[in-house]
Design a protein around this ligand. Structure first.
Ligand SMILES: Nc1ncnc2c1ncn2[C@@H]1O[C@H](COP(=O)(O)OP(=O)(O)OP(=O)(O)O)[C@@H](O)[C@H]1O
Ligand SMILES: [Mg+2]
Length: 316
């Protein structure tokens, strides 16, 4: 089995309310997630990311469509699927008054992990998520980043081969987000497949093997970050760094419509005795790809909900 998730035409229609017509929150989505990869679902607020996770984890039923998860059918084998997946929702599902250690034990109890394994597994998870020192601290007293890390640890406590993370770094400060991304990246070594949603382009770029870009309930692109970038690039863009005799530097961006050599010669013809310090080929960022594919300004990705921390936390 190479495909750990296979979604076929997944659709969620929320019925009409007093002031609105029916909404296709997720609209005929097809994708596969391969064993061992970090798969990113990238899209702006309201794109349908959480709804997709809720369908795949059995919290809401697809209106149309089907999915296979770990070779089980989503609609008929949900109980078995639930035993073999970990789910980290946007808001934590752990208990404020329980300590970090006890939350992990409680979670293992729910999943039917044998009692003799509880202590060893809990200590190991605390260590892996850099929480050993907080072993006996109540959940409520942990920092935001530690809460997020412990919630992920709890979702892994029954050793699921597949975990769903809904915006794992939203609302975290730069350092906590970076540290959490390292922990998520390390799951690969544990053979855990990760399905994660994010609205941080840089996060998707750093963390994900493949990325689906979802806008208004539809997948508009799905590929490795590298391939998304090379498909998006239509012409070579070169950046020449020049220095004048006084040592002042200037960068010139050259879009090469007529062949690289001709364009560089043309640009250097009006360089007026400046020295060439560097010539670089510019690669499109995932941001360029996003703008090109969606026609949206990347500002739409910065809308924050609840947590502080701003949209820039994907840096570093
Ligand atoms: N229970 C519901 N009833 C009606 N509409 C809903 C419900 N849940 C979500 N929606 C709507 O469905 C659309 C998709 O919502 P969803 O939460 O899946 O988006 P999202 O991509 O997770 O967004 P965010 O980045 O804000 O978390 C939104 O327009 C939302 O308002
Ligand atoms: Mg969401």
């Amino acid at each position: 089995m190479n495909d750990i998730i296979q979604a076929n035409g997944l659709t969620k229609i929320y019925p009409a309310g007093k002031n609105h017509s029916p909404l296709r929150a997720v609209d005929g989505v097809d994708f596969t997630v391969r064993q061992g990869e970090v798969f990113g679902f990238l899209g702006p607020n309201g794109a349908g990311k959480t709804t997709t996770i809720r369908m795949l984890t059995g919290l809401t039923r697809p209106t149309i469509g089907s999915a296979r998860i770990l070779d089980f059918d989503l609609l008929s084998d949900l109980t078995r699927i639930k035993k073999h997946i970990g789910v980290v929702p946007e808001a934590s599902n752990l208990y404020d008054e329980l300590t970090a250690f006890d939350n992990l034990v409680f979670s293992m109890q729910l999943y039917g992990v044998p009692r003799r394994e509880w202590k060893v597994r809990a200590e190991e998870l605390l260590f892996r998520f850099r929480l050993s020192e907080k072993r006996d601290t109540p959940f409520a007293k942990l920092s935001r980043g530690m809460k997020r890390a412990l919630t992920i640890a709890a979702a892994l406590s029954h050793h699921p081969p597949l975990v769903f993370l809904d915006e794992p770094t939203t609302g975290l400060d730069v350092m906590s987000a970076r540290s959490l991304r390292q922990m998520i990246a390390a799951l690969r070594e544990q053979d855990v497949t990760v399905f994660l949603t994010t609205h941080y382009l840089e996060e998707a770029e750093r963390l994900c093997d493949r990325v689906a870009i979802i806008v208004k309930g539809r997948v508009v692109a799905l590929d490795t970050v590298d391939r998304l970038k090379s498909n998006a690039q239509q012409k070579t863009v070169i950046e020449v760094t020049l220095a004048n005799p006084e040592g002042q530097q200037e960068k010139k961006r050259i879009e090469c419509d007529n062949g690289v050599e001709a364009e560089i010669q043309h640009a250097l013809a009006d360089a007026n005795g400046q020295r060439v310090l560097a010539v670089n080929t510019l690669r499109p960022s995932l941001e360029d790809v996003f703008i090109q594919l969606t026609g949206l300004n990347t500002e739409v990705m910065l809308v924050e909900k609840g947590g502080k921390g701003g949209g820039g936390n994907a840096g570093g």
